[in-house]
Design a protein around this ligand. Structure first.
Ligand code: NDP
Length: 601
């Protein structure tokens, strides 16, 4: 797109300058938790919980969380012949992130052919390369129906504590609906990005207009729906939105289309690459043979992590980024041989090229030069979640839409009538927080309950110095408990559900084996857990690190990265594909090395 030569040194200096502008001492503490006087930001706007009597019974497996983590684990358990499974979920239905996130324009950023789990098992063809949220939510419900996971499920029910009872070898699950459920096994799929956070700016509680977080979209107020119907109630309203991350990028086009006035308060612009969405060809889909989704998943993970495959089945922005870097490395090696910084130089050169294209795309689309300048991202593409959209930048050409750039400072203050930014007050009727979700806070805080294992030891105590696990799933001291997590496993963030399906398969295999062998408890040994953690000492593939990145949740808000953060973000050193191969082999051995199956309590 741009034919201008790239001055890499100047770029590096600009990146450092932009990072420095945004660094702050309070890191994660800059955000306000949705509790106390902010608890209403968590209220379910979609379903009112029906009264019911408390449940007091016993199940073989309790699954905490009904998102794709819980659903894929539940599906795999059913396939493994474990039928007595109960999902316990805070939302009014299954879906997790896709139950809560119904904001207009919400869609998957990863191609639906690989993002939607269990497509082959359910026989479903996604309508488009990237599907809208209602279709994804419907797919979550399809999985639940197909595998009988609605049976025994408890919705609008939040777990309040999880306690291991050693004498009976059962977990005691307590909830906010007065339930006490005894479970032989528990699988926790409480999600990595689900607890909304709010910008902790002075006066945030004083706004007298209408206000909500994007993950609790108030269609009663805005009108319209998640399928794209106009937000007709906003026709006479002045709307402000705080944040320009992946969520805001998706909902701003609808807000710009329908609000009388839209003010977008920006601290850091996202990088917006081409999306190029299109319908899935039914003939292509019909021709796919058995095992196709697994093949596509492996193909994507392979290319997205810089390895080689004969073809690019998914062909999207993610595989484009990594293939560019990979090809650049090869070109560097061919021209100058292998040196200590070959990889780094190649990465930076290909990123300079890509980000220059992304900035040139802003100029090509946005007509007002000052707005275009403010929308340009000055950091490396993988510093923040890369965004892909074909209507976002265009929205700023509308006369009713104004970008309020805060030059990295964020909004200053909120009062009864609106928002202050860069010394100017903006009068608003409605204020929407697209300020994201907690990352890096303690697990118990994010999940909303404490887990108490053997000898009364809590998971918070166990993880005080950082996460400890084997395979990201098994934790010593917590028998019969399984954690569905990306961390300390493949940590493939470009396709989250791939990680979840693998974890679910592992958990189901282990549970089925424990039942078959009549084991009362299965637990990772201390030595096996320790050996697994050794893999992450000096982990160079940590998601954090990049010192030339603007702050954000990918890099601990720019704060120092110690052993705690490294453990909480680590990835299998040889990468996701190697991890998936490893765990498949581990499952197939049937010996489950590292786990101890106890026959008697
Ligand atoms: P993010 O955390 O990515 O974005 C939050 C936004 O709020 C940022 O732009 C941040 O600015 C801004 N912000 C925070 N405080 C202030 C302030 N005081 N003043 C002004 N702006 C402020 O949250 P999202 O909800 O956008 O996305 C979260 C994640 O969810 C994504 O990264 C992605 O993983 C996932 N997601 C996936 C989607 C998909 O697959 N379809 C769609 C949407 C989200 P700054 O950058 O400066 O911190």
């Amino acid at each position: 797109m741009s034919t201008m030569p790239i001055d890499s040194d100047a770029l590096r200096a600009r990146y450092a300058q932009e990072r420095a502008k945004r660094l702050r001492d309070d890191g994660n503490d800059q955000y306000v938790e949705p509790k106390g006087r902010f608890a209403h930001f968590l209220k379910d706007p979609y379903v009112t919980a029906a009264p019911r009597a408390p449940v007091h019974d016993e199940v073989t497996v309790a699954i905490i969380g009904g998102g794709f983590a819980g659903l894929t684990t539940g599906a795999r358990l059913k396939q493994a012949g474990v039928h007595d499974v109960r999902i316990i979920e805070g939302g009014g239905d299954v879906g997790g992130a896709w139950y809560w996130n119904r904001y207009p324009g919400a869609m998957c950023d990863t191609a639906a052919m690989i993002y939607l789990p269990l497509l082959e098992e359910t026989g479903y063809m996604p309508s488009q390369k990237y599907t809208l949220a209602p279709e994804i939510f419907a797919h979550a419900k399809r999985i639940a129906t197909h595998f009988g996971l609605y049976d025994h499920a408890l919705f609008s029910t939040e777990v309040t504590s999880l306690v291991w009872d050693e004498p009976s070898s059962r977990w005691i699950v307590s909830t906010n609906r007065g339930d006490t459920i005894r479970a032989r096994f528990v699988s926790m799929g409480t999600g990595p990005l689900h607890r909304p956070k709010l910008p902790g700016v002075p006066g945030i509680e004083s706004f007298a207009g209408h206000c909500f977080h994007t993950s609790r979209w108030d269609y009663d107020y805005t009108g319209g729906d998640a399928s794209g119907a106009p937000l007709h109630e906003l026709a006479g309203k002045r709307v402000g939105i705080v944040g320009t991350g992946a969520t805001a990028v998706q909902c701003i086009p609808a807000l710009g289309r329908d609000a009388k006035e839209l003010y977008v308060f920006q601290r850091t612009p996202s990088s917006i690459d081409v999306r190029n969405n299109h319908a899935i060809d039914p003939d292509m889909f019909a021709a796919l043979g058995p095992g196709w989704q697994s093949k596509w998943l492996t193909n994507f993970a392979t290319l997205q992590t810089g390895r080689f495959a004969e073809e690019d089945l998914v062909k999207d922005g993610w595989t484009d980024i990594s293939q560019r870097i990979r090809d650049r490395v090869i070109a560097e090696i061919n021209s100058s041989g292998v040196g200590p910084d070959t990889l780094q130089r190649a990465y930076e050169a290909s990123d300079d090229e890509k980000m220059s294209e992304i900035r040139a795309r802003v100029d090509a689309i946005v007509r007002d030069p000052a707005t275009a300048e403010a929308l340009k991202p000055w950091y490396r593409q993988l510093c923040k979640r890369p965004c892909f959209h074909d209507e976002y930048l265009q929205t700023y050409n509308r006369p009713n839409v104004r970008l309020i750039d805060t030059s990295g400072k964020g909004v200053e203050r909120i009062d009864a009538t609106g928002v202050w930014a860069a010394g100017v007050h903006y009068d608003l009727d409605c204020l929407i927080f697209a300020s994201g979700f907690e990352v890096g806070t303690e697990q118990a805080r994010r999940s909303g309950f404490e887990t108490v294992g053997r000898n009364g030891r809590t998971l918070s105590e166990c993880w005080a110095e950082g996460m400890r696990s084997m395979h990201g799933i098994h934790v010593h001291g917590f028998p019969n408990l399984f954690i569905v997590s990306l961390t300390q496993a493949a940590n493939l963030i470009s396709n989250v559900t791939h990680n979840l399906v693998e974890a679910g398969t592992t958990i189901a295999t282990v549970v089925a084996h424990a039942l078959k062998t009549e084991s009362v408890a299965v637990e990772v040994t201390e030595a096996a857990e320790q050996a697994w953690l050794q893999l992450f000492a000096g982990n160079t593939l940590s998601l954090l690190g990049a010192a030339d990145c603007t702050p954000g949740y990918y890099n601990n808000e720019g704060r120092p990265i110690g052993p705690h953060e490294t453990l909480n973000t680590s990835r299998y050193p040889e990468g996701p594909v190697a991890y998936f191969q490893f765990i498949d082999g581990w499952r197939r051995t049937g010996t489950f090395e590292g786990l101890e199956f106890r026959r008697h309590a």
